[in-house]
Design a protein around this ligand. Structure first.
Ligand SMILES: Cc1cc2nc3c(=O)[nH]c(=O)nc-3n(C[C@H](O)[C@H](O)[C@H](O)COP(=O)(O)OP(=O)(O)OC[C@H]3O[C@@H](n4cnc5c(N)ncnc54)[C@H](O)[C@@H]3O)c2cc1C
Length: 518
């Protein structure tokens, strides 16, 4: 689709939303000389990377696990900056601490040999050998899919089959056609607890391990490749991207909700803010939930840009508690901690089939001041999270939420972690709150769930059905998660630039950082 050729410096882009996808798109477009204005409804950048103040403490209350740092190394480099100079990142020696009951605990480490030894102590040497085999397969799957799927602009089954090559096809065939993640893990691990541990990675994409394709084991590989902590919390990453975008000439305006996208001759031409301001645009990048477009939340003209998700396509929501409190008990808190319960299938059934909060939740606790053995804060800044259904099925009521809260904190206490909560030091965020924060999401935090083999190909790419309107964020390809949403911002910028440079000789889209995508 050829767009009229225009001098780059005259091209006005409005980016709607300062989530990581929007920030990266704004940064890259400003760095290439376009006139970029970013409008964000909240009063700070970050979107889900938010950091509410609870009892005087800023608590990371969205993403906490920072992986795939190379994505950000490339993004910063493409803007002539260095990630290491802008932010302080530390490699975490312990990826996560896992518990199945009081005293039944196992860590995974950044060093694979340490993880193997930990598994050998926990579940025996045969299981440790199976872990090594599993890592080999997860690595092969990741390597096979990184180019043809993750980095590809808008992969289809046909394009991917061609790009995979014989080796890649063999890797996927070895997983077993149509196999789901749970079953694939069952072929590796004999110990249910390890099957459960690695299956939980499906929830990082908001999906059920019983419905996610076995290829989702690549998420495990992403974490085994390294987890970093960011000084100042994940929110500091958003602030840093915002500052860099401004340094490159972008204008970032907070407290500006966009209520309309106008079109002219079928092409995006302006946005309207809640306050009634009209801002003309040659191109618009939408970083909100993609479904918001189809639902008409940014005006009727944008409805046809993308169809909204149906309730069954929604990914997980969450029930979270941001807490600033003293912790006691025998459990040694690390930065990332997961507390499992024995019946994982029941939890998944509650959420996905029965659309209710789990009676027996798996509980994740991020203690953002831990990770360094010398750190023993008087009060911890904690994010406690259990998975929950999205809200466009049956809405959850307060008594269900209270019951889940009591199951959650009593499970932690049984496993040796008591958190001294008070109404003042604890902020609860339920699926309905996420829906308010991220309109059009129904509280689902990861866009479309990755259920079934074809689902990964069903995500929208950076183009929408409206010329001049692009999409970036966790609800578009390559999917949810901070680095993936950042890549979607790169893809939106690259797609827009390719349209602008429509004199280019080929249809290949070049995205900054030296990557080339089809
Ligand atoms: C509790 C939780 C835990 C998570 N854990 C992890 C993790 O550990 N690791 C990981 O990698 N990922 C994690 N994720 C997922 C990750 O946070 C997201 O995939 C990613 O941050 C999404 O970024 P995005 O670009 O889609 O923008 P979003 O974060 O969705 O932000 C979109 C922005 O657009 C704004 N907006 C929307 N509509 C409008 C409008 N009309 N006008 C103006 N502004 C608008 C919103 O206010 C918002 O700021 C987690 C998410 C949550 C919520």
């Amino acid at each position: 689709m050829a767009e009229p050729l225009q001098h780059r410096g005259d091209h006005k882009v409005v980016v709607i939303g300062a989530g990581v996808g929007g920030l990266v798109a704004a940064l890259q477009l400003a760095a290439r000389g376009l006139q970029v204005t970013l409008l964000e409804a909240a009063d700070a950048p970050g979107g889900k990377m938010r950091q509410p103040i609870v009892d005087g403490a800023a608590i990371d209350s969205g993403p906490t696990v920072f992986t795939m740092r190379w994505v950000f190394d490339q993004i910063y480099a493409s803007a002539g900056a260095s990630l290491d100079e802008e932010l302080k990142l530390m490699t975490l020696p312990v990826l996560a601490r896992h518990a199945w009951s009081a005293g039944e605990e196992m860590d995974l480490f950044a060093d694979p040999a340490q993880s193997r030894d930990a598994i050998a102590r926990f579940a025996g040497p045969a299981e440790a050998a199976r872990f090594v085999q599993f890592c080999r397969q997860a690595r092969e799957v990741y390597d096979a899919l990184e180019g043809p799927f993750i980095r590809s602009q808008s992969p289809s089954l046909a394009s991917m089959s061609g790009d995979l090559g014989l080796k890649g096809l063999a890797v996927l065939a070895a997983l077993g056609p149509m196999s789901n993640l749970w079953d694939a893990l069952g072929k590796h691990f004999h110990d249910y607890r390890l099957q459960q541990l690695f299956a939980r990675y499906a929830t990082y994409c908001g999906s059920s391990p019983w419905e996610a394709p076995a290829t989702l084991m690549l998420v495990t590989q992403v974490e085994l490749d390294g987890v970093w902590s960011v000084e100042g919390g994940m929110h500091a990453l958003a602030r840093s991207l915002a500052t860099l975008a401004e340094r490159k000439g972008a204008t970032l305006r907070y407290g500006q909700r966009v209520t309309g996208i106008e079109t002219d001759g079928g092409r995006a031409s302006a946005v309207i803010t809640e306050a009634g301001e009209r801002i003309a645009a040659d191109s618009v990048v939408f970083n909100g939930e993609l479904s918001a477009l189809g639902l008409g939340l940014v005006g009727d003209a944008a409805r046809r840009a993308a169809a909204p998700l149906s309730p069954s396509q929604r990914s997980l929501s969450a029930l979270t508690w941001s807490v600033h409190a003293e912790t006691t008990g025998r459990f040694r808190l690390d930065r990332h901690n997961v507390f499992f319960q024995p019946d994982y299938a029941h939890e998944s059934g509650d959420i996905f089939a029965r659309s209710r909060l789990p009676r027996t939740p798996t509980v994740y606790v991020c203690a953002q001041d831990r990770g360094d053995p010398s750190a023993t804060p008087e009060r911890d800044r904690l994010l406690v999270l259990v998975n929950a259904p999205a809200q466009d099925g049956r809405p959850l009521n307060e008594s269900e939420i209270d019951a889940c809260e009591s199951h959650t904190f009593s499970l932690l206490a049984r496993y040796g972690l008591t958190i001294r909560r008070t109404p003042q030091n604890c902020l609860r965020t339920a699926p309905a709150d996420f829906q308010r924060l991220f309109p059009g999401s129904a509280g689902a935090l990861y866009g479309r769930s990755t259920h079934g083999w074809m689902s990964a190909f069903s995500r929208n790419g950076a183009r929408t059905r409206i010329p001049g309107l692009y999409a970036a964020g966790g609800s578009v390809h390559p999917g949810p998660g901070v680095p993936m949403a950042a890549m979607s911002g790169q893809l939106a910028a690259a797609t827009l630039m390719a349209h602008l440079d429509s004199t280019s000789r080929s249809r290949r889209v070049h995205i900054s950082g030296g990557m080339s995508m089809r």
